[in-house]
Design a protein around this ligand. Structure first.
Ligand code: MC0
Length: 145
């Protein structure tokens, strides 16, 4: 079902500061920036590698408000890993299969994610405490190297 780790989402207070830190420390390059109003985040994608169905990234997330998912996470737990996202060939199909196994979906239908992807979240309490995201990259076949 999973083709690769698409990205690790990291919650932070100051996006620009963390872009500088991750770029300098790990020699990563920012390949996309976006404000996602629906998800309540300002974000940047730092490219790591390319694999089956698309790339792998570090995703830095700054909340747009204290009431957003990332805003609440920061208040409760502070900065750090917020979620792990897995690349899937067909997000709707993966949602259906995972729901049948008794895991709660946080989205009834796929939503808009980074770089034109379609995404859906699974409840962390049903996946060992890890907020899990499913990602269908926009052009999986073309991204394969
Ligand atoms: C909350 N919990 C987490 C968690 N956030 N556990 C692991 N990782 C996280 N990130 C835990 C809480 O500690 C709590 O456990 C339990 O889940 C229920 O939390 P809650 O009180 O209902 O808390 P809420 O209201 O903050 O909701 C949490 C929930 C929400 C995961 C349902 O954040 C959500 O729907 N997230 C999905 C959307 C999202 O995260 N969007 C931002 C990234 P206890 O033990 O205290 O009961 S958007 C994104 O990343 C896009 C742009 C992309 O990748 O392309």
């Amino acid at each position: 079902m999973f083709m690769r780790i698409d990205h690790i989402g990291i919650a932070c207070h100051d996006l620009e500061e963390k872009i500088e830190l991750f770029s300098r420390t790990f020699e990563l390059t920012v390949v996309a920036r976006e404000v996602n109003e629906e998800q309540g985040v300002k974000e940047a994608m730092l490219h790591i590698a390319d694999g089956e169905g698309g790339g792998s990234y570090i995703q830095l997330l700054e909340p747009l408000s204290e009431e957003s998912p990332v805003g609440k996470f920061l208040a409760r737990r502070g900065e750090g890993v917020h979620h792990v996202a897995f690349g899937v060939p067909d997000v709707a199909d993966a949602m259906h299969k995972i729901k049948e196994k008794g895991v709660r979906l946080l989205d009834e239908r796929p939503r808009h994610g980074s770089m034109g992807s379609e995404i859906a979240f699974l409840h962390p309490k049903d996946v060992g405490g890890m907020l899990t995201e499913l990602v269908q990259a926009v052009t999986p076949v073309q991204n394969v190297k």
